[in-house]
Design a protein around this ligand. Structure first.
Ligand SMILES: *Cc1c(COP(=O)(O)O)cnc(C)c1O
Length: 863
């Protein structure tokens, strides 16, 4: 511990010693009477909660029970929970400071959090108490929870992973802070009009947000543009300064991240952009008021809206501004916090570890170099050593269109100093490579941080690899493909940097909160340990033959299906049979995820029923959901196609006795939580070698769905764990996909030789799902017949055959039930707690720091 650190601490200690002892712990307590009030304000018993709820309704919302809207009630309850989080939150942060802990800083441009209230109630242990006191008042907790507009600050899997990781870090008592962007508009709201996706802006902050606390006192400035100037410092050292031409202020908004039933509350710190000066006074004085205000608005645009692309990169300047903005804010914040207890950077890499969630925050590598070298005058070599020790990079995609590359010209205009730094990193790096691999210019060209050509580009994945000490993929196959293909040259250079950390999901949100009946059954039979140690769920395997357990399991699945059927009736006006096989594909719309393959299966069944009206088939309800990027025309056309098939199938009396097709609009975390528990069959049918991991595959199986899937992403590991007999496997392997493409793939051959496939294509082509319009779905059919990049035709027959096995299995309900139980029982590995333990051990070298309760009152009695 440095002496500087100690002196700061002595100062803090004496400041505290000057106050009455009681005040140190509870600054808002001053007397015995105040103690009484404090307990009232944050006490955990039902009576105190009820009073606090009514107080908050009155004093914050300005309503009484007669006037309150459901939203007012939601707000009052949220504040009541937040009050009870604050004590632990402050205390946790105090413990972290006092112990000068090593902290994990997770940098992610997205956090797809989902609703906060239910999760907070569960994690602090107040769910049952809240339900009880609300019930006494004739209010339903679930109704209140439904009022919350979810913070949709992410697109899909990557953002949801960040949210699961924040939950697991806090639940495992690991000191951590998440950094990201407080988008004023999250992922757009989707509605379906005439079968087409329509986007509406997501004004999620419209009615206020009880879960965030702005911290304007930790404001930071972020520079943009301008040029650089060299100078000689007083010690005769050549240095560079960045003369920017504009800057923006970042205000942090803090969100509490409570651990599950412990006393840890970590922080998610999201940055919001503000203009540096409220007005440009020169323009203002010249009388152009509107322009002065418009300039201000320009700066604030940076955090205005989330880019709605999933797995595709869009080279827009504003996006780079967003990335640099949040990363610079975060690094400045990290350094500020570090320097308040340290006088130099000697132990920086011991106290801080930075995980970057994909390449979106990879500009941080150049920014940390700039801060250290230019602002804190650390020598280059030392700064580089620190930078490489603190950064670790998670790759999330195998799709080349998703790899971020910024045109050098754009980059240099926005961040001239960073471009210089990247060139210098590159020069030194390529010198090293030349020494190890002399006269291998091909290798140099591939490894370079700069892609040469008519338009030079900065390769962010290369920057991330060079500037990190660890590189990981998110499932075994994904990591192997990174080593063999996407990042092969880096693997040849530094094999020791590569590790795999298979993704996971939090069982608190995706079982306890989303499937309360199943959670209760588990806890009744095996206790509650599975919530902290999901491997314990394996203990239900011994109950698989227990008739009472089996019938309870079946009853719960039936109830959940009936609940979803009610939702479908309410929102889609479609009546579905809860006894039919619920066959579900919900995820972002992307050609590689192959929603079309499932749609083709539906059309195949439709054709069979039209041909042979008395055909006996297993009744199925097909449920789709998911958003398309607004600029992704093919994905939008696929949504239109599915809705068109739905219309034809559902309105055909002969077919709709057996089949229903439903498209649920606006798929988000809240809807996902309703869907997973009601699923029989989970569709995980991406082209092998394209899906990095997938996490909905885990959430479905954990809730007792069986999977039909390819050997892709984490499907492979799921199948290994649940056993091949309990998983419906089909399709080409990644290697076979590769070989087929290398040989020359001709989708037309499959069309010519497969009668049922031809019948599907021909019916679509003839306008069978477009009221006779033969043009509408032409682009879709052409893309399949002439390219079929994702091998829908090549996998069609294997998929249809596999679906036949699914039907056979579903006919034997007892067999299906056994497989359902075994799927859940064997999903323990896929907890995000396990993922976080692996990151902690293999990448971060971080340890839990348990937070003891500050006072006994804050821990509720065990339920
Ligand atoms: C889990 C989840 C995802 C990821 O789904 P994949 O099928 O793995 O792509 C996307 N969106 C939401 C809302 C989720 O909860």
């Amino acid at each position: 511990m440095s002496s500087d650190y100690q002196s700061v601490w002595r100062k803090r200690a004496t400041q505290h010693a000057a106050l009455p002892t009681d005040y140190q712990k509870h600054p808002h307590r001053t007397s015995e009477a105040a103690v009484q009030i404090e307990d009232d304000r944050t006490g955990m018993n039902v009576e105190t909660l009820r009073r606090a709820f009514l107080d908050n309704l009155y004093y914050i919302q300005g309503k009484d029970l007669q006037l309150a809207t459901p939203y007012d009630l939601y707000m009052a309850l949220s504040y009541t929970v937040r009050d009870r989080l604050l004590q632990r939150w402050l205390h946790t942060q105090e413990v972290y400071l006092q112990q000068d802990v090593r902290s994990v800083c997770y940098l992610s441009a997205e956090y797809l959090l989902g609703r906060q209230l239910g999760n907070a109630l569960i994690n602090v242990g107040l769910y049952e108490q809240a339900r009880a006191f609300l019930k006494e008042m004739n209010l339903d907790l679930r109704d209140l929870m439904e009022q919350e507009i979810e913070p949709g600050l992410g697109n899909g899997g990557l953002g949801r992973l960040a949210a699961c990781f924040m939950d697991s870090l806090a639940s495992l008592e690991i000191p951590a802070i998440g950094y990201g962007i407080r988008y004023e508009f999250g992922i757009f709201a989707q509605s379906i009009r005439d079968g087409w996706q329509v986007e509406q802006p997501d004004r999620w902050l419209r009615y206020g947000n009880p879960w965030e606390i702005p911290r304007p006192e930790y404001l930071v400035e972020v520079k943009f543009g301008g040029h650089t100037e060299g100078y000689i410092d007083p010690a005769g050292q050549y240095r560079v300064s960045w003369v920017n031409d504009r800057s923006v202020l970042g205000t942090p908004y803090d969100y509490p991240v409570p651990g599950y039933r412990n006393d840890t509350v970590n922080t998610l710190r999201l940055w919001s952009a503000r203009a540096t000066e409220d007005f440009n006074f020169q323009v203002f004085d010249s009388g152009d008021f509107a322009r002065a205000v418009a300039d201000k608005t320009y700066s604030e645009n940076i955090t205005k809206v989330l880019y709605p692309n999933d797995n595709t990169y869009q080279g827009r300047e504003l996006r780079l501004e967003q990335q640099y903005f949040f990363v610079s804010c975060s690094l400045q914040d990290i350094i500020r916090r570090y320097l308040s207890y340290h006088s130099d950077f000697e132990s920086f890499a011991d106290k801080v570890t930075l995980q970057i969630n994909d390449t979106h925050p990879s500009i941080g590598i150049a920014e940390l170099m700039r801060l250290l070298v230019d602002e804190y005058l650390v020598g280059w070599d030392k700064a580089w050593q620190i930078t490489r020790r603190v950064f670790a990079y998670t790759n999330h995609t195998l799709l080349s269109e998703a790899l971020e590359r910024w045109p050098v010209a754009l980059f240099g205009n926005l961040l001239p100093r960073h471009l210089e730094i990247i060139y210098e990193i590159n020069r030194r790096f390529l010198d090293e490579v030349r020494e190890r691999f002399p006269e291998d210019e091909g290798r140099i060209a591939r490894l370079s941080l700069i892609q040469e050509g008519s338009q030079k580009q900065v390769r962010m994945a290369n920057l991330a690899c060079v500037g990190s000490h660890a590189i990981n993929g998110v499932a075994q196959l994904h990591t192997e493909l990174l080593k063999k293909d996407v990042l092969a040259d880096f693997y040849a250079l530094w094999p020791e940097k590569f590790t795999n950390v298979t993704n996971g999901v939090t069982p608190r949100r995706f079982l306890l909160l989303s499937n309360p009946k199943l959670a209760l059954l588990l806890s009744e039979r095996i206790g509650q340990d599975w919530l902290k140690d999901l491997d314990q769920i394996g203990r239900i395997e011994s109950l698989v033959a227990d008739p009472a357990f089996r019938s309870a399991w079946q009853q719960i699945k039936d109830d959940n299906k009936r609940d979803l059927a009610e939702y479908i009736l309410q929102f889609n006006q479609i009546e579905v049979d809860p006894d039919s096989l619920f066959d579900i594909q919900v995820k972002r719309f992307h050609e590689y995820k192959r929603q079309l393959l499932l749609a083709f299966f539906i059309v195949t069944l439709y054709n069979r029923l039209k041909r042979q009206p008395d055909l006996e088939i297993v009744p199925r309800t097909f449920i789709f959901g998911g958003k398309s990027a607004p600029g992704y025309a093919m994905a939008k056309l696929i949504i239109k196609f599915i809705n068109s098939v739905a219309r034809v199938v559902n309105s055909d009396p002969q077919v709709s006795r057996h089949l229903k097709v439903v498209f649920l609009a606006n798929y988000n975390v809240s809807l996902a939580q309703r869907i997973y528990p009601a699923c029989d069959l989970s569709e995980q049918i991406s082209t092998a070698g394209k899906e990095a991991s997938g996490t909905s595959n885990m959430k479905f199986a954990l809730n007792g769905a069986l999977t039909i899937g390819t050997l892709d992403g984490a499907n492979i590991e799921i199948r290994e764990k649940v056993g091949p007999d309990n998983f419906f496997l089909f399709g080409l392997t990644a290697q076979q996909v590769y070989d087929l493409k290398a040989r020359g793939y001709n989708p037309r051959d499959y069309y010519d030789s497969n009668a049922e496939l031809r019948e599907v294509v021909d019916r679509i082509s003839a306008g069978g799902f477009s009221g006779g319009d033969t043009n509408l779905f032409r682009p879709l059919l052409d893309s399949l017949l002439y390219r079929d990049d994702y091998l829908v035709f090549a996998d069609y027959q294997a998929y249809i055959d596999c679906q036949e096995q699914v039907s056979q299995a579903f006919r034997d309900r007892e067999r299906w039930l056994t497989m359902s139980i075994l799927n859940s029982a064997r999903m323990g590995y896929f907890s995000s707690d396990r993922s976080i333990r692996e990151y902690s051990r293999n990448i971060w070298q971080s340890e839990p720091v348990p937070v003891e309760p500050e006072s006994p009152a804050i821990r509720p009695a065990a339920e």
